[in-house]
Write a protein that binds this ligand. Structure first.
Ligand SMILES: [Zn+2]
Length: 418
């Protein structure tokens, strides 16, 4: 069994930089020549194609949000002038907005890296429960499975009873779709009198379109013997990142350039800092540079034991609108939930206020039994908080039990900007 989908996954740092810069400058050349929208954007910003030669140069271009893409396409259908109108487009997908997306060429290994890393191979029979109707999901995931040699059952949005029958009759070994739908299929199988683990051969699942809760992952793996993997992408730009067998941070695909950007300033952030995932998909049909996904994450720039050399994403910390900016760093509710997981008996609330021209982060801290160990607990809390949220707590105060309500928000922004 080959370990990697192709040689690109293990490029050296220098090879990777050279590959990305070369691919980007080719896309810029072509986009400027063939897309009237790209030419307009460049002209408005006083840029020539020669000005965008490397990943670092990308920062000179504006980020395009989903809303802006919808507006561009509405004003100039179908593709807002972003596509090469002479290109042979094999199919066009749509997603709510509406956004029209030309399907990318067959040269692109869309989703195949993710399936390969999850261990799907020739001989696998995989139920593809992503919808095939209108949207990109079904057919593009289907294509990725084909590329790794698997046999696909295009079950799409069929009901759970039918999915159970397909798994049984066709001896499906794998599943791709949302985690919640797989759970519904398992429940239906039980209802029909099957023992999912022993009666079926389904042992591997790759999930997308929905987060995989750690508790659900444990259930699939421990109760039902299903090895689970996560994939991340966006309909406008295709696959972005995926989990390898280490099930740690997600490897970024070699077909995309991912930047983490401060959504307020458009400034690119350093590894470890939380910001918006901005994606440029390298291709020669649809010239969407710097698409702002609206999802929050940070870059992990460390070697992975699997041997892939790409940068990684730390997972999805939520949506841009949910995060609160503290001294220039975004803090998302999901990060605070992660902190909370480390301190089961502690109720806390982070409060952001402003004194003078500086943001202040104080934490109200409530433990069930304040005793001598509280000081040590608070110190550990400060450490874990800083590790996960990358922001330092200014003050932490013990409050009486019952002060913080059960459903109180984990973070409160008391700053006033009048
Ligand atoms: Zn890895």
């Amino acid at each position: 069994m080959t370990t990697y989908f192709d040689h690109r996954e293990t490029m050296t740092h220098e090879q990777r930089k050279e590959y990305y810069d070369r691919s980007l400058s080719q896309m810029v050349e072509l986009g400027y020549e063939r897309s009237k929208r790209v030419k307009k954007i460049f002209d408005q910003h006083g840029l020539a194609p020669a000005d965008i030669q490397t990943i670092d140069d990308l920062e000179r271009l504006p980020v395009i949000s989903r809303e802006e893409l919808v507006e561009m396409e509405a004003a100039d259908p179908p593709f807002g002038g972003l596509a090469d109108e002479q290109a042979e487009i094999e199919r066009i997908f749509t997603s709510p907005g509406p956004v029209y997306e030309p399907h990318l060429s067959f040269d692109d290994p869309l989703w195949a890296r993710a399936y390969h890393a999850a261990g799907f191979r020739r001989g696998d029979v995989v139920l593809n429960a992503f919808t095939y109707h209108m949207v990109a999901a079904g057919l593009t995931f289907h294509g990725g499975l084909c590329r790794v040699g698997a046999t696909v059952i295009p079950s799409g949005s069929a009901g759970t009873q039918q999915q159970v029958q397909l798994i049984r009759d066709l001896k499906a070994t794998g599943y791709t779709g949302t985690p919640s739908f797989l759970l519904a299929i398992i429940k239906k199988a039980q209802e029909l009198g099957y023992d999912f683990r022993n009666d079926f051969q389904l042992k591997r699942a790759s999930f997308g379109a929905e987060p995989l809760a750690p508790s659900l992952r444990r259930l699939f793996e421990e109760e039902y013997g299903i090895d689970t993997y996560q994939m991340y992408g966006a309909t406008e730009v295709g696959d972005i990142a995926y989990e390898c067998r280490e099930k740690g941070p997600w490897h970024i695909c070699e077909e995309v350039i991912v930047e983490i950007v401060d959504p307020e300033t458009g400034r690119r952030l350093a590894p470890g800092e939380l910001g918006e995932i901005v994606v440029t998909r390298l291709n020669h049909i649809f010239f969407l540079f710097r698409f702002g996904t609206g999802d929050l994450s940070s870059i992990v720039d460390e070697p992975c034991p699997c041997g892939r050399t790409s940068q990684m994403l730390s997972g999805i910390a939520g949506r841009v609108g949910d995060a609160v900016k503290v001294r220039g760093m975004f803090v998302a509710p999901s990060q605070l939930k992660r902190v909370a997981e480390h301190f089961a008996d502690v109720r806390f609330q982070a409060v952001i206020s402003r004194s003078g021209h500086r943001d202040t982060l104080t934490v109200k801290f409530e433990t069930p039994s304040p005793g001598g160990e509280v000081q040590a607990l608070m110190e550990r809390f400060e450490m874990v908080f800083r590790e996960i949220c990358t922001v330092k707590i200014d003050a932490i105060t013990c409050v009486a039990p019952g002060t913080i309500g059960e459903n109180a928000p984990l973070i409160v922004d008391e700053r006033s900007w009048k």
